[in-house]
Design a protein around this ligand. Structure first.
Ligand code: ATP
Ligand code: MG
Length: 240
């Protein structure tokens, strides 16, 4: 499921042009926010449920880029979509909490699930900027699928000013399209997106929900305490 990816030649594909040649190198990422004292990563998502792909990527990026910690922020409850089961925010938060508690560099955050109404990244970043202050650099870790959605985010131009992005590939995405999208967002919208070579992990929450709904195993796809929670609460047994 996990393939260490990209040889040295491939890495040039990831050059955004606007950045250093050694794109994704820890030094370059540190300089991108003027060598701030503290650097935190954010993993945001529905986490419906959190899986080992999220954890593997977050730990790899934390280590490679020297982040002090990674905050896992489950989103507030999205509006109901027929045929798509989103577990209650408290279940999703509890699964995130169980998944991250054994890593002292990871933290589960209630910032979005405790907010009333729809949750937007812009509000989260503004709150985090307030509480951490200007001396903390914020790096939002995203998978390839999210790179394509970034310029649909609410007030995305302000979002691009408030944080840097670290982007990783996901299986099924085209590398040259991925690089092209990053170049476009950097050149045209002023986004600071650092593609960082990481592991290709073929795990998704969609697949886990499908497995649960058809009674198949999710062992080794999610941490054991998350597996126990899903089974114990009978989550994702209906349609996905
Ligand atoms: P779903 O299938 O329900 O969309 P998901 O597996 O994509 O779930 P999300 O909670 O939507 O998980 O993702 C949160 C963040 O983690 C996003 O930035 C997403 O791109 C990233 N991500 C999720 N799974 C992976 C993976 N296997 N490799 C790299 N990034 C991932
Ligand atoms: Mg997703």
């Amino acid at each position: 499921m996990i393939m260490e990816r990209m040889n040295e030649t491939d890495k040039t594909e990831y050059d955004t042009g606007a950045q250093d040649k050694a794109v994704g190198a820890p030094g370059q990422i540190a300089r991108s926010q003027g060598g701030k004292a503290r650097r935190i990563g954010i993993m945001g998502g529905t986490f419906n449920p959190i899986h080992n792909g999220h954890l593997i990527i977050a730990e790899d990026i934390r280590e490679k880029t020297g982040l002090d910690k990674v905050l896992f922020i489950p989103s507030g409850q999205p509006p109901h979509k027929p045929g798509y089961e989103v577990a209650d925010a408290e279940h999703r938060f509890e699964m995130v909490r169980r998944a991250v508690c054994s890593n002292r560099h990871f933290e589960a955050s209630r910032i979005e699930i405790d907010r009333d109404g729809p949750t937007y990244t812009i509000n989260t970043l503004q709150e985090l900027r307030e509480s951490y202050g200007e001396e903390t650099a914020i790096y939002f870790i995203i998978g390839a699928d999210v790179v394509y959605e970034l310029d649909t985010w609410r007030e995305y131009e302000t979002v691009f000013r408030l944080c840097d992005f670290i982007a990783v590939m996901r299986p099924g995405f085209d590398e040259s399209e991925f690089s092209g999208m990053i170049r476009r967002l950097s050149a045209e919208k002023g986004a600071r997106i650092h593609p960082v070579p990481s592991c290709l992990v073929d795990i998704s929450s969609t697949d886990i929900r499908e497995r649960c709904s058809t009674g198949r195993s999710i062992k080794y796809l999610v941490p054991e305490p998350v597996e126990e929670y899903i089974i114990g609460k009978g989550l994702y047994r209906g349609n996905t």
